[in-house]
Design a protein around this ligand. Sequence first.
Ligand code: PMP
Length: 354
Amino acid sequence: SSSSLISQLVRSHLRSVSGYRPGSQPPPGSPVLKLNTNENPYPPSPRVLEALHHLDAEHLRRYPDASAQIFREAAGHLHQVDPDWVIVGNGSDHLLSLIMAAFVDAGDRLVYPWPTYALYPTLADLQGAQKQAVPFPKTFDLPVQALLQARGKVTLVAAPASPSGTAIALADLEQLAQRVSGLLVIDEAYGDFAPSSALALVRASERVVLLRTLSKGYSLAGLRLGYAIAQPPVIQALNQVKDSYSLDAIATLLGTAAIQDQDHLGRNVEKVRRSRQWLAQQLQRLGCQVWPSVTNFLLVRPPVDAEQLMLDLKARDIYVRYFALPDLEDKLRITVGTDAQNALLCGVLADLIS
Ligand code: PMP
């Protein structure tokens, strides 16, 4: 059949690789309460929609600025780095792909603590790279020595961690940065919610790449805008493998408006923090174990079977993420919603758990 013809044409190392699948997407307009992909429940800065209204036909007729200069200048200003230390992408997922394309040959080893963002092993498979998952302890403290011993071409650490939502100690990242072989990628997708950033490590080491996204703290997952901060040699290598126009004119303009409104970000993050605290307390009252999160989601071990609970919630139009974790203690990862959404969730959970 034609499909077997095409499967013969697909690059051989890809035939056994299944691509990354994010959490289920309910059909548009459905009443689902979607707490499975860590979107921010609160709206982005009003300046983002204002910028949208200021877009004119010229912005769309012409190619966008290939380097997204205005965004890189705003990001450079925000983080106190030169714009030449910044590169933008279509979400931070895109920057992870650029890192693979620029630095990882077939057979090179990708190293990461596990469990983590499930895209990392998929990227290794797609690249034909080796991968080494170094187990986290139950506390999700970074296993620094084991990560160093794995000697990766690229070592990837999500900080704050996912799915735990816990902070990664800066001292651990610093040790890793000082002694790592190859490149150290610190994925701060949830960094806007966290009390600290590893930015200083980028200044101290050519090997460190920091990833940030507008998808979480800035409530712009639909815009697809992420950026990397690193010293110029890394940025140049990433630019070499990037498409000419990886960031469209709309994302460049709207993303710039978003990061220029730090007051909105601060209020947004504070609301999420308060909602998170309330949700964590209620979940504990229902007999759940809850990891100490610095993000907009919670890792939760319920007092009943986690997979069944996920399915029961889904049957009631509430989506959460299920993780079959290696220590056999299956868990749920629940995005913090608005206060009303969290109350609804807890009401349903009270029914299902009792
Ligand atoms: N890193 C981590 C740890 C994430 O959880 C996510 C989003 N799920 C991303 C990166 C990608 O974010 P985006 O592509 O939306 O910037």
